[in-house]
Design a protein around this ligand. Sequence first.
Ligand code: EPZ
Length: 422
Amino acid sequence: MDSIIVTGNGPLNGSIPIAGAKNACLTLMPATLLSDEPLTLTNAPRLSDIKTMSLLLQSLGAEVTSLQAGKVLALSSHNLTSSHADYEIVRKMRASNLVLGPLLARTGHAEVSLPGGCAIGARPMDLHIFGLEKLGAEIELREGYLHAKAPKGLKGAVIELAFASVGATENILMASTLAKGTTVIKNAAREPEIVDLADCLRGMGAQIEGDGTSTITIQGVDRLGGATHPVVTDRIELGTYMLAPAICGGEVLLEGGRLDLVRSFVEKLDAAGIGVTETPQGLVVKNRGDRVKAVDVTTEPFPGFPTDLQAQMMALLCTADGTSVLEEKIFENRFMHAPELTRMGAQIEVHGGTATVTGVERLKGAPVMATDLRASVSLILAGLAAEGETIVNRVYHLDRGYERVEEKLGNVGAKIERVKGQ
Ligand code: EPZ
C-alpha cells in the first residue's frame, strides 16, 4: 500500500485546478441505464471510484469508454444483460446502490447488494426503499440483496423523505423520470450534485422542476434520449484545497472554483480570518501567515456546512488561536481523523457527535493512518503545516476522491511525495 510523505515547508503559492465532482459523476454515470442512447460526460474526474462505477455498469452490460485520459466518459446501455449489482463491488463503494432506481425504471427489476456499513457509519437504505416502494416497486431483502421489481412499471407518487438523503433523492429522482404521471419529492436533498443530475436528465428529455429546493416535481415520460453533459465542479475538492494556504500561509488560486458551491464553508473561513476572493478564474485564498481564529462548526445538509469538509476543517482548527466545537450531525462515526491528528500534537476531545478542539501553535509531523477518504486528506493538510515529516499510510482511501494530490499540492510549493507500497 502506498504512503504519502508530507514535510512542513512554509507558505504555498500558485494555482490548483479543481476537477469535476466525484459525487456528481457517481450519480450521473448510472443515469445511462435510463436510456438506450449514448450519454457522454465531460469534465469527469480521474479517480478510482469512477473506475469502480465503470466496472459495475459494464457488469450490467453497459459500455463505458474512457476518453481523453479519463476526462470524458462515453456511456451506453443499449444492451443491458444483467440487473445484478454484486456485493463484491457494492461493498467497496456505497454509491453503487445508485443503479437501483435506474434499473428498476428501465427494466422493471434489480438485484442490488446492500452496501453494508463503512468506516463512517451504518449507511442504511431505508429511505431509498421507502421512496421506490411509493413509486410502486416491490422490494424484498434476501441474503444481503435488495430484490426489487416493478412488473407493471413505476407510477408517480408524492414522497416525503424523513431525512434529506442525497442518495435516496438521486435514486428516486432517476426512477421517477420514467414513472407514469407526476412525482413530488418532499424534503429532497438540495446539494449541487442533485441539480447537476437534474440538468443532465433534462438534457436526456426528463421533465423536472424544483431541483436545488426541498421540493422536486417530475413529470414522467415514456423514454429518455442521449445527452452530453459536463460534470459540475467538485465543491469538496475545492474546499479541501482552499484549506491548504489557509493552514500554512500563502496565496493560491483554485481554478474553476465557484463561490455558490461553498458559501457556508467560506463563511466559516471568513470567521477564522481567512480571506477568500472571487475572480473570473476561480477563488483566491490568502493567508499572510496569521494564526487563524477558533470557530464553531455544525455539519448539515446543503446549503449548511458540508460533512465532507468537517475533517479538513478540523485540521485547520487544530492550529487555531482558541477552542472550536465541531458537531457532526450527518454521520454517526466521522471523527476517526481525531486520534490521528492527536498523534501530531493536536488537542481534541471527542464525545459522541461533538469534538472540542483546543488549538496549538504548531503540530508535529508523525506517522499516521488514513481511515476514510476525507480523514486521509485532513492528515495531509495537517502535515503541510506541521513541523517535520508526516507519513500518511493507506492512501488508497485518498485516491478514491482526489486525483494526483501530490502533484496538485507539489505544484504550489508543498514538500510532498508518494512512496510506492510493497
Ligand atoms: C452522499 O452519501 C455522498 N456520497 C457522501 O460523500 C456525503 O457525505 C453524503 O451524501 C452527505 O452529504 C456520494 O454522493 C457518492 P445520505 P449518501 O444518504 O447519499 C442516513 C464522500 O466523502 N441515511 O445523504 O450515502 C445515512 O446513514 C462521501 O464523498 C439513512 O438513514 O448520504 C447518513 O447518516 C461520504 N437512510 C445520512 O442519512 C437512508 O436510506 C446522510 O446520508 C439513507 C441515508
